[in-house]
Design a protein around this ligand. Sequence first.
Ligand SMILES: Nc1nc2c(c(=O)[nH]1)N[C@H]1C(S)=C(S)[C@@H](COP(=O)(O)O)O[C@H]1N2
Ligand SMILES: [Mo]
Length: 306
Amino acid sequence: MLIRNAPDLTENDVTDHGLYLRRREFIGGAAGLGLAGLASTADAAPLRFSKGFSTTEKLTSREDVTTYNNFYEFGVDKADPAENAGKLKTRPWTVRIDGECEAPRTVGIDDLIKQNKLEERIYRMRCVEGWSMVIPWVGFPLRDLIASVKPTSKARFVAFETLMRPSEMPGQAWNVLEWPYREGLRIDEATHPLTLMAVGLYGETLPNQNGAPLRLVVPWKYGFKGIKSIVRISLTEKQPRTAWNISAPREYGFYSNVNPAVDHPRWSQATERRIGEFKRRETLPFNGYGQYVADLYRGMDLKANY
Ligand SMILES: Nc1nc2c(c(=O)[nH]1)N[C@H]1C(S)=C(S)[C@@H](COP(=O)(O)O)O[C@H]1N2
Ligand SMILES: [Mo]
């Protein structure tokens, strides 16, 4: 699918030699130090990325993007992930890609990053709770990863799983969700050019609280579809079970496309608060990405398929 000349997206696929993904390492337990608790590693080579399809809207501050988070493995309050996720060891880290494909593989995160062409994508993110941000991710299209394992004709869906490691993820001791966190996409959603595997944020390695070392970003869907700290990606014939749908099926559907016309059973989805702003703004269908993705849902009842 071609994406170009969009009023809201700028394309600059020419590699910008000034842009590098710098690696940063969190010092375990350096919670109170915030960003001052970061130290750079000398061993890692800087990784180059180009600028991809991005919104020109004002960015949400780095401070807000990294301290106002949902990551229930580290607690249910917005400040918990920044405070507790420093414990998570993101190296070594392997990702298993398997299921309905001819070339299943297990790949280390650093090889995965090296093997893929990184680009910056500035996307809106709309949480199902009614707030939103504009976030500069660094990552690569999920479609490239899927192509690398040669899907069979039976691959109709993609299932994702977060790491299960209660010793470093204290929230996994509580039954707020069925662990590990799971998500899923239809294969055509997963291979859409806008669907991104993020490994960086604000030009640097992804902070743990944002889903290091690898997280999904699907900008036209509610934020909870963007599963963090992924260890497994499986191509499946059947629609996968997903964490929020298991927990509250009437409230969180499999599709969860941003839709101002379909309210959450407990609140309206017509408006949202952009973090850093006071006045609420109107929520756009498909979070403003309708011209690129509405075709995926042609003929579907979006109220029934919420
Ligand atoms: N594994 C996992 N992934 C997750 C979540 C979570 O609790 N666990 N929360 C989701 C929700 S509700 C949102 S809004 C986004 C938040 O991403 P951010 O903290 O990077 O803004 O992550 C999603 N991915
Ligand atoms: Mo969310």
